[in-house]
Design a protein. Structure first.
Ligand SMILES: [Zn+2]
Lengths: 198, 372
């Protein structure tokens, strides 16, 4: 086999959800498909890496600093929804029922996977709460309803204990063990309206 | 519950076939090694989604084949029908309930209810406390909605806390969230186990007295958390208070447990105690008494769910009559069996089976099941 082909198969195989077999199939497809199609893919990957970064304020995926959501003056600036990953923002935005800002943690607490408080953006969240004007007066914790997601929510509540910020957790409507990313829009908007105080 | 049909593909030594079952059940007669226990195992796969003999799924694939599949059709007490496919292809398990593929075991667990009694069950009395906790957890997962999820969540929170304890330097605010979750789910586990023990106990005691020729045996759930919460010994407990007591205890013992690198209290240390009069059945009971106890426990489990939910689990009995000699216990057992669809294996027809005239005898020979 050619070295270049082998290298591509190896790279593709490292992507999540792609096994050796699929990687091989994709690589052969890229070899046989029109030249332009393959080059366009390579180019988009390059552009993604050049232009896209994480919003320094909220951690959302963006091409501008700050991101669309942080910049949008019509949004409610006193409410912040805390999520694990940028993909969770997309899921909530699709529901169209939330008008506040976001904060991306970059994961969740999980000692079993080596994720402690230092690996997540809790410090930045606290700083945001202390310095944002107008003041943030409500946090909605929308971490996944897993054991880890719940522990993360409890950690945040503990962190803000005694502060003026009201912390609530979306809880209803989400089946235990499910993941936000896969919920349909309706379930998430119901969950947001059904939120309760921790 | 009544299993009507079973379609087998490549399961152990059983010949690929679709078997039709009688409503009252069957006697399965055959020499050892010919497949009669494999047939019970296949039926129980519909309940437990794995082998009751502790085998890996891969060990159940017939030699030289790539996969096995079991498809069972059953009806419940209201005659509503369901079917389930449990398959394994060497890599992953496939579960299809009524034509819909299910990703989570908890969505399928307990859909078909059966109780198996086999010679190895004596381990429930003879072996360590973890075997008895495992028994309780399986029964409760089958019959109490949400218990299995709760158990998984508790175990994950416990494992997370243990990792942090081993790291020693962990700050209180990093470990507390896991303790809060352990307290919530742990209290639910203890409550469920206590309630089950309380409900099954009188039925167990009655059966033991009759099957054991007048001897007295009883069951109780022993838990350090219940003790700490000042529990009075009844069948119920204030779950919220129990969670508070547990959370407080985890906090108090944090530094000691950090030294030991593990959590020392909670439902993972509890025990189901079999008493024989004033003594412990596990330490002082004879082999015969211990065997009787296990049969009584499992029959009581079946009776309990008939009383409380109107569910009559299918009974799967692997060669237990040969172990019971007094006529009285055989008569009683036969009577109990008459109320449930039953599958009973034995090496040969025996006199006691006259009492089981309602069961249709089948012969199991070299993996083939046919009329006797
Ligand atoms: Zn932003």
């Amino acid at each position: 086999m050619s070295r270049s082909l082998e290298k591509l198969i190896k790279s593709l195989g490292r992507l999540p959800g792609i096994g050796e077999k699929t990687a091989g199939r994709l690589a052969y497809h890229l070899l046989k498909c029109p030249d332009e199609q393959a080059r366009q893919l390579a180019e988009s990957i390059g552009q993604l890496r050049d232009n896209v970064f994480f919003c320094p304020r909220c951690g959302n995926i963006t091409e501008e600093d700050p991101c669309d959501i942080c910049r949008d003056e019509r949004r409610e600036r006193t409410v912040v929804c805390v999520v694990e990953e940028p993909s969770d923002i997309r899921a909530i935005e699709t529901s169209g029922s939330y008008r506040g800002l976001y904060h991306v943690l970059g994961g969740r607490l999980s000692p079993l996977e080596g994720m402690g408080p230092d690996e997540l953006s809790f410090g930045k969240l606290q700083q945001r709460i202390e310095t944002s004007r107008p003041r943030i007066n409500e946090l909605i914790v929308a971490t996944n309803p897993s054991v880890e997601g719940d522990a993360t929510a409890l950690y945040i509540q503990q962190m803000l204990n005694g502060s003026q910020v009201r912390v609530s957790r979306i809880a209803c409507g989400l089946p235990a063990g499910g993941h936000l990313e896969y919920m349909d829009a309706l379930t998430i908007s119901q969950a947001l309206h059904g939120r309760h105080n921790l | 519950m009544r299993v009507d049909r079973l379609k087998l593909d490549n399961f152990r030594n059983l010949v690929n076939a679709t078997l039709e079952f009688a409503g009252r059940g069957h006697l399965l007669i055959g020499d050892n090694g010919h497949g009669k226990t494999n047939l019970l195992e296949a039926i129980y796969y519909l309940t437990l989604l794995r082998s009751f003999r502790g085998s890996q799924d891969s060990e159940c694939i017939r030699f030289g084949e790539e996969y096995f599949s079991i498809r069972g059709y059953w009806a419940d007490e209201q005659e509503s029908r369901e079917n389930l496919v449990v398959g394994y292809d060497g890599r992953r398990k496939k579960l299809v309930l009524d034509g819909v593929e299910k990703r989570k075991v908890s969505e399928v667990f307990g859909a078909f209810k059966s109780v198996v009694i086999c010679p190895d069950d004596i381990g429930i009395v003879q072996e360590g406390p973890s075997v008895r906790r495992r028994y309780l957890d399986i029964v409760l997962s089958l019959y109490v909605p949400g218990y299995l999820d709760c158990l998984k969540r508790y175990r994950r929170a416990l494992a997370s806390r243990n990792v942090l304890l081993k790291r020693h330097a962990t700050a209180a605010n990093a470990i507390r969230p896991w303790e809060v979750e352990m307290a919530i789910y742990g209290a639910r586990l203890v409550t469920g186990r206590l309630e089950f023990t309380g409900q099954v106990e009188p039925v167990y005691g009655r059966l033991f007295e009759t099957l054991g020729g007048g001897e007295q045996s009883s069951l109780r759930y022993q838990s350090d958390l219940l003790k700490a919460a000042g529990h009075d010994g009844g069948d119920t407990v204030d779950q919220e208070k129990l969670a508070q007591v547990f959370e407080q205890r985890l906090e108090e013992r944090r530094s000691v447990e950090m030294e030991r690198g593990t959590t020392l209290s909670g439902p993972q240390t509890d025990e189901l105690v079999f008493d024989l009069g004033e003594r412990n059945l596990r330490s002082f009971g004879s082999q015969g008494q211990q065997r009787t106890a296990v049969i009584c426990l499992k029959m009581a489990e079946a009776e309990l769910f008939q009383h409380s939910r109107g569910i009559k689990p299918v009974l799967l009995l692997d060669d237990i009559f040969s172990e019971l000699d007094p006529h009285r216990s055989q008569r009683l057992l036969a009577e109990l069996l008459g109320r449930h669809q039953s599958f009973i294996t034995a090496p040969r027809m025996e006199a006691v089976f006259d009492r089981l005239g309602h069961l249709v005898p089948l012969k199991v020979e070299q993996g083939e099941v046919r009329p006797l």
